[in-house]
Design a protein around this ligand. Sequence first.
Ligand code: MRU
Length: 348
Amino acid sequence: MRQDAPAEPIAWSDRGVRILDQTLLPNEERYLDIDSIDQMVEAIRSLRVRGAPLIGIAAAMGLAAAADAQAQRALLNQEWLESALADLESSRPTAVNLRWALDRMRQVVADRSNGGRSAHDVVTALRAEAQRVWDIEAGMCRAIGEYGATLLEPGFTVLTHCNTGRLATGGLGTALAAIYVAFEEEEKGIDVVVTETRPLRQGARLTAWELVQAGIPVRVIADSAAASLMAAAEIDIVMTGADRIARNGDVANKIGTYALAVLARAHGIPFFVAAPRSTIDPTIESGDAIPIEYRGGEELDAAPGAAVVNPAFDVTPADLVSGIVTDAGIVTPPLEEGILEVLAAPSR
Ligand code: MRU
């Protein structure tokens, strides 16, 4: 693996928050400085910054940076904070990490109304909490990687989908963290296959870019090639990330995940999901209640005049999931029982 530092998807900057514009990868590494709620909402909606954990981190940091700018104009007040929280929360519907991060920020805002603190104190507290959100997510990634790597046996070929690495998490990743950790054990000889991930090609553009940068060999396949590779016994395990996991273990993730889980079952291949506990939504009994984002038709290459249906996520039923790799251990069926156990477990 390469030793120099990889490109960071997010950072604090003098002007607020600096993000790597992921819509331009792999062709161009361009960074954007953000110091307003509108800019951060736009960056999240347009997938300049993306991936379940990273959008929560970005929203939290964006709130802190925008509150700072607002305080410098002597315009920071409760009404502004509440509307900023609501705008950020509505930027994307499916990944629950966004709500998880903003609920923590909301708590800081609520503490402020009780304590009657100065605007400067509020900004300091918001910034500290945003950094905590980032630190917690990054710490959970490492733990997921270590647990997940135990599933990647020597000589295995792992199939993954979308992008679940540094670019999606602000840490090592989720499913990709398991691959990074397995690669640290060089003798294992793991082989990585990633789906292109239509329509926005996060697998071909982002995962392939990340792994090549890290010196990890990767083969990209068209989404439609997964079945034939499985039939040819070329895949030993499928591991994906998640955007929201219901209490019963149903998993919402990037569109195409459900198809991979069905294919894995049909070919007797284990299908694992890797996610931090911030991706589990204990308020939702099953996947039926997970809001699915539908995106614009322009993301597909269709003949003018044709209607386009473009769901960005799908739900994989729990019974197709061999296990969920969390930061508190690997949950195996019955998933509901295990999910409640990891939610109650202390952090590492
Ligand atoms: O639409 P995106 O690119 O934000 O979708 C990302 C995914 O679906 C990832 O698989 C998911 O966020 C888990 S990665 C930590």
